[in-house]
Design a protein around this ligand. Structure first.
Ligand SMILES: [Zn+2]
Length: 463
């Protein structure tokens, strides 16, 4: 072990002690880089950190590397831009396309929430303010710098980064950062070999340091997701009810549309109208269609533009209100996926009180969100300042996760040499601790769970 000062350091400014808020600061004498710049979501004690000044002056950051376009990875970019950051945000073309949609939508929701809160007087801030606004989001979007070439991208301070397919959402990548003679692999969010739309992740690469997610570090995914989904839809249709699927607009909605189309083709579910009530989901679907038309290698070869444009979209735009009182059994897909905001809140308020209906939760629900409360059997949920009774059936459909589970992650890592240190992040405390233990026990890795704002040295394996 070297006692000299390290060539680079790494500080965990998010996704440490919790799943959300991914922000990893890498510093050398010559450069200051941020890998991901996400928002905290879920419990208030984490969300309020979004309102605190960033622990690092945005003016001093040279560049951001963005692994993918989910809000807990890119959602703080507008804050960075508002406070003076003007450097490049290096990402894949798919991430740039989807991040623009996601950031515009997030700014719009922030503005809308502040507006509701002002009108109904339930804000904790006086006057109610959005965390960031459309101007901030637009500023951030201009900084997105999609990298199209095959080789690594040059960053300030002599650093380079290469981005590799991670099969989590379209454009998602793991990042391999070379800086100060040290190679660090950031998994970002690692997807799965069984994604309905995306090609399997690229193989892991040898690195001196690994920063790995652990969302499902203590769990194995069920393989019965399709059957559970189909049975719940059949049951609900028999009752004459509505199936409401809160779903992430990006990726989960197109994935669900394809899964539903296949279930219908197989005769596993009746042919019900499918309504996608999320303008963002429809915009994101367009990005998937363009990728399919261009034969993007991120997508499975069988995922064609025809398949995506063939999904049965009954009605979609602008008629949320009418959908609150559908004429008969139907499937409504709406965002956000954890029911933290967006149009799905109006649908939940309308559908939750009716016993014939079913709420189907197909994604990860961060503790503290309405989605997590529903999954845990809450009898009421608070929506727009009012308690709504939960009489509808609530079904947690496991198996559609876009995150690798513990076994899948371990299998992915078995092909590389042990790093000098692996930092286990992006997990609730139990998941991170369990996964760190398994990396140690099963792969003989030196794996630790870092603390929020902890700073560590980056050193090469053979130093
Ligand atoms: Zn993600």
């Amino acid at each position: 072990m070297s006692s000299t000062s390290p060539a680079a350091t790494l500080t965990f400014l998010g996704a440490a002690g919790t799943v959300t808020g991914s922000k990893f600061l890498v510093e050398t004498d010559g450069a200051r880089l941020l890998v991901d710049c996400g928002l905290f979501q879920g419990p208030r004690q984490w969300r309020r950190r979004n309102w605190e000044p960033l622990p690092v002056d945005p003016l001093t950051i040279d560049a951001v590397v963005l692994t993918h376009s989910h809000l807990d990875h890119c959602g703080a970019l507008p804050l960075l831009a508002r406070h003076g950051f003007t450097g490049p945000v290096v990402c894949s073309p798919g991430t740039a396309a989807l991040a623009a949609i996601v950031l515009r939508d997030a700014a719009h929701l922030e503005e809308l929430e502040a507006e509701y809160a002002r009108r109904d007087g339930y804000s904790k801030h006086t006057p109610a303010l959005p965390l960031f606004d459309t101007d901030d989001a637009e500023k951030a979007i201009t900084l997105l710098q999609p990298h199209t070439g095959d080789g690594p991208t040059r960053l300030p301070g002599g650093a380079t980064v290469s981005l590799h397919r991670s099969a989590h959402i379209l454009g998602s990548t793991f990042a391999v950062l070379d800086i100060g003679g040290v190679r660090t692999l950031f998994t970002g969010d690692m997807g799965r070999p069984v994604h309905p739309l995306l090609a399997p992740p690229a193989p892991a690469v040898d690195a001196d340091v690994v920063v790995t997610e652990s969302t499902y570090g203590a769990r194995q995914h069920a393989t019965t997701g399709r059957a559970v989904l189909a049975e719940a839809i059949v049951r609900t249709a028999r009752r004459g009810g509505v199936c409401l699927l809160p779903a992430f607009a990006v990726d989960r909605t197109p994935s669900l549309l394809v899964v539903l189309a296949r279930l219908r083709q197989d005769g596993a579910i009746p042919s019900l109208p499918v309504h996608v009530d999320s303008p963002m989901a429809l915009r994101a679907l367009e990005v998937y269609r363009r990728a399919a038309a261009a034969h993007d290698p991120q997508l499975r070869p069988e995922v064609t533009d025809e398949l995506l444009s063939g999904v049965h979209l009954d009605a979609a735009r602008g008629d949320s209100e009418r959908l609150n009182y559908p004429a008969g059994p139907c499937i409504i897909i709406s965002a956000s996926g954890m029911a933290t905001g967006g149009r799905v809140l109006h649908h939940l308020a309308a559908q939750l009180p009716d016993r014939r209906n079913t709420i189907l939760l197909t994604g990860y629900q961060v503790p503290g969100t309405r989605g997590a409360a529903l999954a845990d059997g809450a009898r009421q949920v608070k929506i727009h300042g009012e308690y709504v009774p939960v009489r509808a059936e609530v079904v947690v459909v496991d198996g559609f996760s876009a995150h690798a589970d513990a076994d899948e992650l371990l299998a992915w890592f078995t092909t590389v040499h042990p790093p000098r240190t692996a930092y286990v992040v992006h997990g609730e405390p139990d998941s991170a601790a369990t996964f760190a233990r398994r990396l140690g026990d099963e792969l003989d890795w030196n794996a630790v769970v870092p603390g929020y704002r902890e700073k560590v040295a980056l050193r090469a394996r053979q130093e």
